[in-house]
Write a protein that binds this ligand. Structure first.
Ligand SMILES: *[C@@H]1O[C@H](CO)[C@@H](O)[C@H](O)[C@H]1NC(C)=O
Length: 284
């Protein structure tokens, strides 16, 4: 375990910080404090701090970088405010790369109201028509509704046992799903309110939606990020990885063939890394 801890700390925290430092044009002070507002929030940091959970494991991801594995008993639960903004911007984008190990109906993540009965924000995978599956964006004003509202629902080919990268782009009028680098579908959606304000006591769950909504995720999650707005390079995939391939071996080179560093992995908002992570650095 301690080697894995070192790896995860290295890849998820130290390496991105280093790349950030090296590619200084990406991480200008303007990005952090100013006008461009390109902040993003890495929800998997909520799992880093709980890596002692025996139902959480670290394994190879699609590109050789470590990925988190969640067994059904995993319990990644944190006050949402440690990892998300107080209020969701009117336009935002969620990026996830994941490999479910079963076709269970499950949540990749969910922000729950204080009673843990309503999902305010989340991504849900469920059964679709015939052998397909559905991916939905759940977005609920929990002051108004007592059910979790799937505001957009997209049918996709079966997700189980292979890697997928999805980008869900939410604009003021539409929700657009990109899958494995291509736009798959868009739906007109009017969200109320346009800027969701979470309750101060809301909880962020990763790989489930809490004890009342028994929809637990069993599988791997490598990326789970929320971006304000729509950063332009989000949809592109690295040339050296074909998401549509069958089982990927996970032994690709760590640096892609083109010599480019994946800017998506450079943390623009690393100031929100919780202090608790530092204890893991020391344990290495
Ligand atoms: C899956 O999504 C499609 C498209 O929104 C919808 O028509 C269908 O009813 C959904 N299937 C299930 C089982 O919910």
């Amino acid at each position: 375990m301690s080697l894995q801890l070192c790896l995860i700390v290295y890849f998820r925290i130290l390496l991105p910080l280093l790349s950030c430092y090296l590619i200084s044009h990406v991480c200008t002070a303007q990005d952090f404090f100013g006008d461009k507002k390109e902040t993003h929030f890495d929800l998997l940091e909520a799992a880093v701090s709980l890596i002692d959970d025996k139902n959480l494991y670290i394994t190879d991801g699609y590109d050789g970088f470590p990925s988190f594995g969640f067994r059904l008993g995993s319990e990644v639960k944190q006050p949402y405010r440690m990892y998300l903004p107080e209020k969701l911007p009117a336009e935002f984008t969620i990026v996830a790369s994941f490999k479910p190990l079963s076709v269970r109906t499950s949540y990749l993540f969910a922000v729950l109201n204080p009673f843990e009965t309503v999902v305010q924000l989340g991504i849900r995978i469920s059964d679709g028509p015939s052998s397909n599956q559905n991916i939905s964006l759940v977005y609920t004003n929990s002051d108004m509704h007592s059910f979790s509202d799937e505001v957009a629902k997209f049918t996709v080919p079966k997700l189980a046992k292979r890697w997928s990268k999805i980008v869900i782009r939410v604009t003021t009028t539409e929700v657009i799903l990109y899958m494995n680098c291509n736009e798959l579908s868009r739906q007109r959606v009017t969200r109320i309110p346009p800027e969701l304000v979470f309750d101060t006591a809301s909880t962020l769950y990763i790989a489930q939606a809490g004890p009342h909504i028994q929809e637990k995720y069993d599988g791997l999650l490598q990326t789970l990020k929320l971006h304000a707005g729509y950063p332009l390079d989000l949809v592109k995939c690295n040339n050296d990885f074909d998401f549509l391939s069958e089982e990927s071996s996970g032994d690709h080179d760590l640096i892609s063939g083109s010599g480019e560093i994946d800017l998506d992995d450079v943390p623009v908002s690393y100031t929100i890394i919780p202090l608790v992570d530092l204890t893991f650095v020391r344990r290495c």
